[in-house]
Write a protein that binds this ligand. Structure first.
Ligand SMILES: Nc1ncnc2c1ncn2[C@@H]1O[C@H](COP(=O)(O)OP(=O)(O)O)[C@@H](O)[C@H]1O
Ligand SMILES: CC(C)(COP(=O)(O)O)[C@@H](O)C(=O)NCCC(=O)O
Ligand SMILES: [K+]
Length: 256
């Protein structure tokens, strides 16, 4: 097995892993910075072989895993068994408070997003992650995780129609050119992209109505760019937000 752990006396390099349902992202983080993405593996393809290939040439002192896919988390715990290893949970040292009846239910990526938005931007905040699911997480003014919303992600708009109809194709989404679709595919783009923006706007407004103060609204995840460009309420798109949250939690865990 090609796991290489070095015990450097200098700055600790931690392998940060965002194991979400569609893609698993890997990056090296130190106390001071997040290095560019080291690898991205489709989550369903994660195996000792794909891990070894993807991480060839990377060196790190510790591994910090954020997972919402238990079967793959178990695989990686085993793969990295020779390294100092930690899996993010509500019991980890996160640097934020949690005000939630059953904190063990909260997806680890949602906690990482809350940490990321508080550190990269500020709180109060709403962080929206456009992945397999779309999640909205609310961080109160005192950096307390308060809860949020889970809805089907943008792929549900296309996968559902392709799987459940005879005549609708599987499409790649892009910005519609007009609301009145002039072809099947055009009409589907409008339904998915404009329709999804409506869902997002309505949820943002409902959340803001219940929040004291003026939250910063930040988007992340694979579909953030496409959707956020038409939602004026979203102030920033930050592709690295989840990994940044994981880096901060890893630093707190391994360096304090
Ligand atoms: N190169 C790509 N590979 C896969 N999905 C992509 C890619 N570029 C954009 N996407 C979009 O990003 C979504 C996955 O986002 P991501 O944030 O990786 O999800 P998750 O965090 O749930 O794994 C896909 O459903 C797709 O719509
Ligand atoms: C809501 C999620 C499916 C989002 O996962 P993702 O789209 O990032 O792959 C994940 O955060 C999860 O499984 N959460 C557990 C349930 C909860 O957060 O309440
Ligand atoms: K995610």
């Amino acid at each position: 097995m090609a796991v290489r752990c070095h015990n450097l006396l200098e700055i600790m390099r931690c392998l940060l892993i965002d194991n979400s349902n569609t893609r698993t992202k890997f990056a090296i983080g130190t106390e001071n910075e997040l290095k560019p993405l080291a690898a991205r593996i489709p989550t369903r393809d994660l195996s000792p072989t794909t891990l070894t290939e993807a991480l060839q040439g990377e060196s790190y002192d510790c591994v910090y895993l954020c997972s919402v896919v238990p079967e793959k988390a178990a695989l990686m715990a085993e793969f990295f068994q020779n390294c100092p290893f930690h899996k993010l949970s509500y019991q980890s040292d996160l640097g934020i408070q949690i005000d939630y009846p059953k904190p063990e239910q909260i997806g680890a990526d949602r906690l990482a997003n809350a940490i990321g938005v508080h550190h990269l931007f500020r709180s109060p905040a709403i962080v929206i992650d456009f992945g397999t699911a779309v999640t909205f997480d609310v961080v109160g003014a005192d950096a307390t995780y308060l809860g949020g919303v889970i809805a089907p992600g943008l792929p549900s708009m296309t996968d559902y129609l392709a799987n459940r109809t005879a005549l609708l194709p599987k499409i790649e989404l892009s910005e519609p050119t007009s609301a009145i679709g002039k072809s099947t595919v055009d009409a589907m783009h409008v339904g998915a992209v404009y329709g999804y923006r409506g869902l997002v706007r309505e949820i943002i407004h409902k959340l803001r109505d219940e929040m004291p103060g003026d939250p910063v609204i930040v988007a992340t995840g694979g579909d953030a760019e496409l959707i956020a460009q038409g939602v004026e309420e979203i102030q920033h798109v930050s592709p690295i937000l989840t990994l940044e949250g994981i880096r901060i939690a890893a630093t707190r865990h391994f360096q304090s």
